[in-house]
Design a protein around this ligand. Structure first.
Ligand code: ATP
Length: 270
């Protein structure tokens, strides 16, 4: 079977409105939207548009969402692949996959390339837990570095990459002209959790005016992905009981269920 290499999504549906909280990260990444929209304005005095930015933060905090929103706001195509695909699917062909990806993005530029879990290919040499051969991972990494260095000045392809382990990345990736900007995407605080609930309650039929401050208070340590999950579970729980709308108790039951899941996950890790 032929694995799908990456998704090119030219749809512009994801916008900054879909990303709750993360004010600092949004502000920083907004600059990249500006570069993509008006490259000539920024290069007119001899400056070079940055080639890449690294989104750093725990799982489920909205890194992928933010990258998609950049493409959506700038109305440019979004090409993505995941570092783990190289471990699972592209054994032996990593470098050529990277080359193909950049070629496609350049053909459609301005464009965004998004590399999720970049640590799977970008670990510092000698610190690999890549299941393929280490030489192969290094070839893939070297190809990525080559592509980033080889951009013409007017290519206008910006590479966003995500990781929750910036500390293990090869320093070569962070050198000037590569991923020289780092944007932190943290777990939401109570106020941000409330905003994330607002976003994910939009499609949900609720029975009463829910107290979002209360829900935010009930979910310390939850990521945006966990909160999206709570909203969805609550809707399913209520539907299973053949209710016409979702109420507060359904949300509390959903929170319990997600907490249970998180505890199990942590048990496996420790
Ligand atoms: P991972 O490191 O696991 O890939 P990630 O940081 O890329 O995670 P996303 O894939 O962007 O996380 O988030 C998963 C889903 O969680 C999103 O599609 C969205 O539904 C929800 N979500 C996460 N963060 C936010 C946020 N700040 N605002 C709104 N929704 C969010």
């Amino acid at each position: 079977s032929k694995a799908k290499l990456f998704d090119e999504k030219t749809d512009t549906r994801t916008s900054f409105k879909d990303v709750a909280g993360l004010e600092g990260a949004k502000e920083e990444i907004e600059e990249i939207v500006e570069f993509l929209k008006n490259p000539d304005k920024y290069t007119s005095l001899g400056g070079k548009i940055p080639k890449g930015a690294l989104l750093v933060g725990p799982p489920g905090t909205g890194k992928t969402l933010l990258a998609k929103a950049v493409a959506g706001e700038a109305k440019v195509p979004f090409f993505s692949l995941s570092g783990s695909d190289f471990v699972e699917m592209f054994v032996g062909v990593g470098a050529s996959r990277v080359r193909d990806l950049f070629k496609q993005a350049k053909d459609k530029s301005p464009a965004i390339i998004f590399i999720d879990e970049i640590d799977a290919i970008g670990r510092a040499r000698g610190k690999s837990n890549f299941t393929g051969s280490n030489d192969e991972r290094e070839n893939t990494l070297n190809q990525l570095l080559t592509e980033m260095d080889g951009f013409g000045t007017n290519t206008n392809v910006i590479v966003l990459a995500a990781t929750n382990r910036a500390d293990v990345l090869d320093k070569a990736l962070m050198r000037a002209g590569r991923f020289d900007r780092q944007i932190y995407v943290d777990l939401p605080d109570i106020r941000e959790r409330k905003e994330i609930f607002e976003v994910h309650l939009r499609p949900i039929k609720t029975a009463e005016t829910l107290d979002l401050d209360f829900l935010a208070k009930q979910t310390p340590g939850f990521s945006g992905a966990d909160i999206a999950n709570v909203c969805n579970e609550a809707a399913l729980i209520a539907a299973r009981k053949e209710k016409k709308a979702v109420n507060k108790q359904d949300f509390l039951d959903a929170v319990d269920r997600i907490v249970g899941g998180l505890e199990k996950k942590n048990k496996i890790i420790t």
